[in-house]
Design a protein. Structure first.
Length: 344
């Protein structure tokens, strides 16, 4: 085993619905790309992977499809996910490696056994020597610097692209957890639906994401300055391109329903938390991670609804992959955190 470890570049992967991040042992985070693949159906081969493919979303001719192989945190298209993983592993290794890598992959805690097996199989087919699975909230907590090995309660809320993971951790294990398939994608989708219903404007996935980032918020700010934005799309009634001006308060209202689902998941998890750990959480607060943590005011909203102080991780987007990397580099001490394993 020591010989394998010496000559292989072990990897930690955050296989996310929106983005895939790769950590290489001894090097740190070496890759951060959108989880998108563009397929040329005539040539029957991938045209682009990652950022290049993301720019093609909604802009492809008939023979090319740009798609995301993961939906709601799990593999929706196995072949494309395997192809994407192969591409990223090859890119990280720069085509040169003496041994197949050992890979640690962060996955949502609420996935089924079949979905876990699909992730393991995809990684093995992509060239992994051994595959270890770690629940995303555990990896995110480790990456955010929470003392998960200590006998104290640590609460993490990881809001990704496809799932929101809520967990209370202690002694390298999950005490209580909940996974809901409502996260960044549903927030963007709620904006798309709102624009169609209220403004009769059809917008694409990327435009909705841009609106959410630019003027989206979960809670009114103290100064409560109204921000406006011009949005371009296809007008439903005339069938012609149209420009519409929207306000930040409208977007906050449009996202209220999916945000309430996330809040309820946090509350349910707190209700099921043992009293001693609940006392620790009141003292230490709740940690927010994942891309959804960057939504303006979401920490204030959760704090307002629960009465507990909420902290946003220093680097919320990279918490999960940093956690997989730290587990890789402290493999013997942190072996208990794995939720699944397979090896060749």
């Amino acid at each position: 085993m020591a010989i394998f470890d010496r000559f292989s570049r072990d990897m930690g992967i955050d296989l996310g619905t929106a983005n895939t991040l790769v950590y290489v042992s001894g090097k740190g985070i070496v890759l951060q790309e959108p989880s998108v693949v563009a397929i040329d159906h005539l040539a029957k081969k991938p045209l682009a992977v990652g950022e290049e493919a993301r720019r093609m979303l909604g802009r492809t001719p008939g023979n090319v499809t740009a798609l995301r192989p993961l939906r709601d945190g799990v593999i929706a298209d196995f072949d494309t996910a395997e192809l994407m993983l192969k591409h990223f592993i090859h890119q990280v290794h720069e085509g040169r490696t003496l041994m197949s890598p050992r890979i640690v992959i962060g996955i949502p805690s609420g996935v089924t056994g079949v979905e876990r097996r699909a992730v393991m199989d995809a990684a093995q087919q992509a060239g992994a020597r051994a595959v270890y699975l770690i629940d995303e909230p555990v990896a995110a907590a480790i990456g955010a610097g929470l003392p998960v090995a200590e006998p104290t309660g640590n609460m993490i809320v990881d809001i990704g692209g496809g799932t929101t993971e809520v967990a209370v951790l202690s002694l390298q294990g999950t005490v209580v957890s909940e996974s809901v398939r409502v996260a960044g994608d549903e927030l963007s989708e709620s904006i798309t639906i709102y624009m169609k219903k209220v403004h009769n404007l059809v917008i694409g996935e990327r435009t909705a994401e841009d609106i959410k980032i630019a003027i989206g918020s979960a809670y009114p700010s103290q100064d409560d300055n109204e921000i406006v934005m011009d949005v371009r799309g296809l007008h439903l009634l005339s069938g012609l391109p149209r420009l519409v001006t929207i306000k930040s308060s409208e977007i906050r209202e449009s996202m209220a329903e999916p945000l309430s689902v996330i809040i309820e998941a946090v509350k349910r998890t707190l209700e099921r938390t043992p009293p001693e750990l609940a006392a620790d959480i009141i003292d230490r607060g709740i940690m927010l991670a994942g891309g959804g943590a960057l939504l303006k005011g979401i920490d204030t909203l959760i704090s307002h609804e629960t009465g507990i102080v909420v902290h946003v991780a220093a680097e919320p987007l990279t918490c999960v992959v940093l956690g997989t990397g730290r587990v890789l580099e402290n493999f013997k001490q942190m072996g208990r955190v794995f939720s699944g394993r397979t090896s060749l």
